[in-house]
Design a protein around this ligand. Structure first.
Ligand code: SF4
Length: 964
């Protein structure tokens, strides 16, 4: 056990257990910084840095830098953060498991023991992103949606099932159990973890805080429980899984002092929308936010988690709540053992980090105040989560946005009569060819950077004619609510708002109110615990009567899996160019996220979702205008239906017990019969199936040997692409639909797959053959080697033999050119402007670059995570000097490039030389800075990438007998 700073101490872990911990108070005593003044979130990261300090991966200097964190001037240093565990959702998790499987195959080929490949920290993958609302408004909806989900995802699930049995430190939560962050909160999170180790020659247990990264941006939800964690891209998660640090820049920490209490009628959703608006205005992007004070202490963990969840919406890395009695109470109430609860509390007490800090106790970079009593009921939208609207102002705001010009953020519908409605007869017909308006979902999806698998099978056809729609007559117009979804872990993890939705539904049903059939209603909670308490309280039956039947336990509408609308509704939207609305309890609402044809999307609490479903429109003031009429024809208002705080509390007390959590999370693997029916291969090695177009063995370890490569000059390289500023990861690795004319589309067709069955890039992330073809294939990317063109094309100049003037260049797809160059062993480079690789972190943006044969990316500047991803995949990032780029150097891609000055003794940040040999003769030398930023990254690069580095380490230490 590393103990460079001699901080290891004994403590009482509760229940007559003794444990050790790396004491931060002891570190302070040694004079290494004023640790007791540091924000709690920084202290938790510091504990990890201290515990993992081994002189290489984490250095003593890293401990000192962070311990001396200066609130007003944080050092601009990268922190190596080794997390305690990893959580994955299925979309982003599949390629990670594919890489692990490929590592095992490589070890087997080398004659080693494949079982040495195991995640080095616990990994939990929750299958939650694939369920879609195809069916709704009926008691059969859950079963039918699950059937559709399994039909669409059969191959991926088969593969995951193999992973489930093959890896010991990998736990899989099958579909139909819950949403990753809610499951994390209710079950996976431990608060404090422990590991067996040797201390002073004795077997002991070392305790440390629960920390994690996850491959979903809303991983931040867990910060509500005092667990530090955030969302990362696939490669960082892979690094974390293999025991490597996740790097991030020393953050500023914004302290938000909460005082007062929420008023009657104000929900946790209202609070988080208020905070999102407030913190967006304060520009907290890339910062930690820490909530503290008496007001923070008064919030129960589900409310804190709701606030933590929306950190990406307010832009912060995390929105953290320190550990206090509420945190321990939550663990206890959700069925965690007494032993676990005691260790959690005692550990944080021993570290002097227990209890909600008061004003003045901690130094924050920025101090903000929020009186909870000031928060008003509201919604957010129609396009951004930070655009909060007070409930009374929604109607007026919608009407004015409707008329406002598009360039000013409106919908440009001047002089429309909002009162005009159009009759639609919903006769239950299944979608017919020609019914659907001609919208290209691919375009919309790419715009929205969505990662979703669109419907391919026709539910009505595939499920023996089961009808996915509701029937009846309806009148719709601008502002009509067409989707009302109680969705997303943001809110479904919070019993107070879920019970409030049920209580509101009860009062509405008792008054004989109904929801219009044009509204697609759905309830998709993040765990079965919600169904348990809604059933126990009898409230589910009222929700059912309004159409909020259970549709599944998964992400659904939150991730855009809202499923199709009735074709006649889609047609009406199209024919009359309607600005229709969705109301949802999710966290994101940018255009085309929720549904490609619904333009106005409003985030709100679950009870308000039910209320707006009843009203059927958003262009009204629900605090003053009636929601509708009751069975006697009497006007009914929101205030008539809104449950009191006492009613919600009473329902909560009667329904939530620790036993329910224990029962529902016990043996969940066997609780989904459909999952159990999936045939799965067994064994330590995955039997790659050449027939599969979803799962394929990636070639990262094709010629793998134990011999570590040398860092050498790159000579005779060609440019594959020259790009301008702000090339995003979505340009590099698109996530939406696959175009039939693209290399990936052509490839799938050559495999006998019809375009309607392509599915999205997102769903084919387990297949490198599709993903590599998709790299740089975005229809919007502009390669300056072919001025005036758009899309993934380049000029192929052939090998750089003799002079650079070999050919005049032939236009072809980037993929085809890369393959031709690869055949001739020609190294490739990419040139780009500023902020190369911005946008959400996407593993395939770096993996695809590598598999195309790109050896170096030379850019004016890099997005932080994409830069480290490139190194992680063995691609060299290099930075032009200030003011220099491909344009100032007059490069058109016909040149031959060499990068010299590279050698094994190279150091991070060193300057090397880019040699340019021009087609018409003439040479230039340009100094470029190596953007390998840390010593460990030199190791990754030398080994050809992080996967190869870790594999060699494991083979070197654990499996002596290799056939070399
Ligand atoms: S419900 Fe929404 S926020 Fe939660 S994991 Fe799913 S997609 Fe992410």
């Amino acid at each position: 056990m590393n103990d460079e700073f001699k901080t290891l101490q004994k403590f009482d872990a509760g229940n007559e257990r003794e444990g050790f911990f790396h004491s931060l108070p002891e570190l302070e005593k040694q004079g290494v910084g004023r640790i007791s003044r540091l924000p709690i979130s920084i202290r938790i990261v510091l504990e990890s840095v201290l515990r993992n300090c081994d002189g290489k991966k984490v250095r003593g200097k890293d401990v000192e830098t962070l311990a001396r964190w200066d609130a007003k001037k944080p050092a601009n240093e990268e922190i190596p953060f080794v997390v305690a565990r990893i959580v994955l959702q299925d979309f982003t998790g599949v390629p990670l498991v594919v890489d692990l499987a490929a590592m095992r195959s490589a070890v087997k080929r080398l004659g080693g023991d494949p079982k040495i490949i195991e995640p080095l920290v616990p990994v939990d993958l929750v299958v939650d992103h694939s369920v879609q609302v195809d069916f709704f408004g009926s008691a059969e909806a859950l079963r039918l949606n699950l059937e559709m989900e399994f039909k669409r995802n059969h191959e991926r699930y088969q593969f995951l099932k193999w992973g489930q049995q093959a890896f010991k430190t990998f736990q899989l939560i099958p579909p139909g159990i819950g949403i990753v962050h809610q499951v994390n909160l209710e079950y996976l999170a431990k608060g404090v973890l422990h590991q067996k180790s040797e201390v002073g020659g004795q077997r002991s247990e070392i305790f440390y805080p629960d920390t994690l990264v996850g491959t979903d941006s809303h991983t931040t939800m867990i910060n509500g429980l005092g667990v530090v964690g955030w969302g990362v891209g696939g490669i960082e998660a892979e690094a974390g899984m293999l025991g490597q640090p996740v790097y991030f820049l020393t953050p500023e920490v914004v302290g938000v002092h909460l005082s007062g209490r929420l008023k009657e009628g104000v929900t946790a959703t209202d609070l988080v929308l208020h905070i999102t608006q407030m913190l967006r205005a304060q520009k907290v992007v890339g910062k930690f936010v820490e909530f503290y004070g008496v007001g923070a202490g008064s919030l129960p963990v589900p409310d804190r988690a709701t606030i933590g969840n929306m950190s990406p919406e307010y832009g912060a890395t995390i929105g953290y709540f320190p550990v206090d009695h509420e945190s321990v109470n939550y663990l206890r109430a959700t069925g965690r053992s007494d032993e676990q609860c005691a260790a959690f509390e005692n550990y944080f007490r021993a570290q002097k980090m227990f209890g909600m800090p008061r004003k003045g106790e901690i130094d924050y970079s920025v101090d903000l105040e929020l009186d909870l009593g000031q928060v008003q009921p509201g919604v957010a939208g129609p396009k951004r989560p930070q655009d909060r609207i007070n409930l009374p102002e929604l109607g007026q705001t919608f009407r004015s946005l409707l008329q406002k010009p598009v360039k000013d953020g409106g919908y440009g519908k001047e002089n429309v009569d909002t009162a005009t409605k159009h009759l639609v007869r919903l006769n239950g017909s299944a979608p017919q060819d020609g019914d659907m308006p001609g919208i290209d979902p691919g375009e919309e999806l790419n715009k929205a950077e969505m990662v979703t698998n669109r419907p391919t099978p026709d539910p009505a056809k595939d499920l023996q004619g089961a009808d996915p729609f509701r029937h009846g007559e309806s009148k719709i117009g601008h502002g009509s609510v067409l989707i009302a979804a109680i969705t997303s872990c943001t809110n479904t993890s919070n019993p107070s708002v879920m019970l409030a939705a049920g209580l509101l539904a009860k009062k509405a049903v008792e008054r004989g109110m109904r929801v219009d059939p044009a509204v697609k209603t759905s309830l998709a909670p993040g765990s079965r615990v919600v169904s348990d308490y809604l059933t126990k309280t009898g409230l589910q039956s009222y929700l059912d009567q309004l159409g909020f039947n259970l549709v599944g336990y998964g992400c659904t509408t939150c991730i855009g899996n809202s499923g199709p609308l009735h074709p006649k509704i889609e047609k009406a939207i199209h024919d009359y160019d309607l600005v229709a609305a969705s109301v949802l309890s999710g966290n994101r609402n940018f255009e085309a996220r929720v549904h490609q044809n619904i333009k106005a999307n409003f985030l709100m609490s679950p009870p308000l979702v039910v209320a707006f479903a009843l009203a059927g429109r958003v262009d009204l003031d629900l605090t003053n205008e009636p929601i509708g009429k009751d069975k006697e024809g009497k006007e009914t208002f929101l205030r008539d239906l809104w449950p009191s705080l006492k009613e919600v509390r009473d329902a909560m007390q009667s329904a939530l017990t620790p036993e329910v959590f224990r029962k529902l999370y016990r043996d969940f693997a066997n609780q989904n019969p459909k999952w159990n029916e999936i045939p799965s291969s067994t064994g330590d090695i995955y039997q790659w199936d050449e027939k599969s177009d979803y799962i394929h063995e990636p070639p990262f370890f094709k010629d793998f040997s134990m011999e570590v490569g040398k860092i050498e000059n790159i000579v005779g390289a060609r440019a594959l692409g020259i790009f301008g500023d702000s090339v995003t990861t979505d340009h590099i690795s698109p996530a939406g639909a696959i175009k039939a004319s693209s290399p990936a589309g052509q490839y799938l067709m050559s495999r006998g797959i019809k375009p309607e069955d392509f599915n999205s890039y997102g769903s084919r992330r387990g297949n490198d053959l599709v993903m590599t073809r998709g790299t740089f294939a975005n229809v919007r990317i502009k390669n300056l080697m072919l001025p005036g063109t758009e899309g993934g094309v380049t000029k192929y100049y052939g090998p750089a033999t003799g002079t650079a003037a070999a050919t005049s260049g032939e236009q072809m797809s980037i993929y085809d050119a890369a393959m031709k160059y690869q055949k001739d062993d020609v190294p490739l480079v990419i040139m780009a402007g500023h902020e190369y690789g911005t946008g959400s972190s996407r593993d395939w943006a770096a993996k695809g670059t590598r598999l195309l044969g790109v050896k170096a990316v030379i850019a004016a500047s890099f997005e932080r995570i994409h830069r480290s991803n490139l190194v992680g995949m063995g691609v060299l990032p290099l930075q032009f000097p200030e003011g220099t780029n491909a344009q100032t150097l007059n490069l058109d891609g016909s040149e031959v490039f060499s990068i010299t000055g590279l050698s094994d003794s190279i150091e991070p940040g060193k300057t090397v030389t880019l040699e340019i040999e021009r087609k018409k003769g003439g040479r230039n030398s340009v100094p470029v800075r190596l953007r390998i930023d840390t010593p460990i990254e030199i190791d990754y690069y030398r080994h050809g990438g992080i996967l190869q580095f870790v594999l060699r380490q494991l083979l070197g230490t654990k499996s002596g007998k290799l056939k070399m």
